[in-house]
Design a protein. Sequence first.
Length: 147
Amino acid sequence: MSTNSTPQTILMLIHKLTRELQHRTHQTVSTLHDLTLLQVQALLFVREQGSASMSALAHALGVSLPSATNLVDRLVEAKWLIRTEHPTDRRVIVVSVATAAKATLASLLTRKLTAFTELLAPLSQTEQHELARILEKIHTHQEEIHG
């Protein structure tokens, strides 16, 4: 394998693994709830942050602010999220996970972790640690470059 094909091979493999994980996660979620993958990503982001502004959510999902607003509208209507005003800036809308949805979301996160653990099954613990170290190195480098 030539050196020039290595990044292309890695890109292809990352893409395939990402799609497989998304597919497994979506299968789990869609059998339990009528949620899209993007809605699940939004819920997990808001859960991780505790609460999030609409602009932070849009940025994290890589969508426009109007798209994020539409997404949140559906999640609020379905009682997954609660929308409130920012405590010090009434112009900012903040969303958080509804109390009733927290246990279900924790279960979904557990299922997602299980699916990912299954993907890692062919790797030894040492190889998993090495993979984590490499991915962290790439992530840290990207944060240094792009902030």
